[in-house]
Design a protein around this ligand. Structure first.
Ligand SMILES: Nc1ncnc2c1ncn2[C@@H]1O[C@H](COP(=O)(O)OP(=O)(O)OP(=O)(O)O)[C@@H](O)[C@H]1O
Ligand SMILES: [Mg+2]
Length: 319
């Protein structure tokens, strides 16, 4: 799940994981930015670098969560490929781990995508996949293609050996139809433009584009006929209607007249925003990707809201 910053990547990733669990699937929700956004959403303690069950869905499925720590992931790898053991700790003391995970460009992303792909491919003793789905709360649109493609660069740099093989295995997962990069957007110009650019970049890199989820959609309060009237409606007619419904008092010169201007100003504002949203919807329709919408939860986000969004995703066949 990618998208412009602040559009709801973390929220929608979590809602998708819940939606999948409600269908009985075992799902891993992965965080890579070290922000503990998932723990916050599920109202639990900070997640360690360890897969933890954070929700059981009515459908019997489960959501596990993992906040990938690049340093620990690197130690994992060194252990896996080079059986470093305590030498890994020595490297850490020397600052080599810090160097690799924070300074060497790309290494961090190799570790993060590598760990997620390991979870995707992991099987239990009986040879069955441990997770039916892995949902990643991924970096924002501006960085997503580079982030997912970094292993291509690595495979090119390390021509043979375990690192080359590992990088190729990761790319095989990421470029396969098993993977889908979903993008979250708002019905606003900037995020929609980023979505369009992001899709073009992903397609150019041959990464599988999934769906676009329009988040925080506001309810439509005026229909087409009402919208036509905005700007041309007679003020006295509005005042009369208000009075006749008992709003602002029935008496002539009561509050009704004072309500008219602010109400009409609101209607105009709404009509303007609606026109802008309609434009953005048209831009999104051009992208040739399945579109879904999630409502703006007026009460703000909480766990109940998260489950409500998960239901909406299921209702639209996203999961
Ligand atoms: N449908 C919604 N209704 C109401 N509030 C929402 C909705 N979706 C997200 N939010 C709120 O919007 C804010 C941003 O959401 P979120 O943190 O998921 O975005 P993000 O894209 O992950 O942000 P960042 O780029 O900072 O990681 C949060 O406060 C979240 O609770
Ligand atoms: Mg986030």
């Amino acid at each position: 799940m990618s998208g412009k910053g602040g559009t709801g990547k973390t929220t929608v990733a979590a809602a998708l994981a819940l939606a999948l669990a409600e269908e009985g699937k075992r799902t891993l929700l992965v965080e890579v930015e070290g922000r503990q956004g998932i723990a916050q959403l599920f109202e639990t303690q900070a997640l360690p670098y360890e897969e933890r069950k954070i929700a059981v869905a009515p459908g019997g499925g489960e959501v596990f969560a993992l906040a990938i720590d690049p340093e620990l992931a690197l130690l994992d790898y060194l252990q896996m490929f080079y059986k470093l053991g305590s030498a890994g700790r020595a490297l850490r003391k020397l600052g080599a781990i810090d160097f690799a995970t924070t300074i060497a460009p790309g290494v961090r992303d190799v570790l993060l995508t590598g760990k997620a792909c390991e979870a995707v491919r992991r099987k239990d003793r009986g040879g069955r996949f441990v997770y039916d789905y892995v949902v990643m709360d991924a970096p924002p649109t501006g960085r997503i293609t580079r982030f997912l493609n970094v292993n291509d660069e690595v495979a090119g740099l390390a021509k043979i050996g375990p690192i080359h093989n590992q990088a190729q295995a990761v790319m095989r997962v990421l470029k396969s139809p098993e993977t889908a990069v979903h993008l979250v957007t708002l019905l606003e110009e900037m995020p929609v433009q980023e979505t369009a650019d992001g899709i073009a970049e992903l397609r150019a890199a041959r990464l599988p584009v999934g769906r676009v989820i329009v988040n925080m959609v506001r309810p439509q309060v005026l229909d087409a006929a009402d919208l036509e009237l905005v700007g041309s409606v007679s003020r006295s007619a509005v005042a009369r209607s208000l009075s006749s419904t008992g709003l602002g008092g029935a008496r002539r010169g009561g509050h009704a007249e004072r309500l008219v201007e602010p109400l009409l100003a609101q209607a105009e504002e709404y009509a303007e925003r609606y026109a802008l949203e309609t434009e953005q919807r048209a831009v999104l329709a051009e992208l040739d990707v399945p579109l879904h919408e999630l409502p703006l939860l007026a009460e703000g986000m909480d766990l109940a809201g998260l489950y409500a969004l998960a239901r909406k995703l299921r209702g639209q066949g996203v999961s």
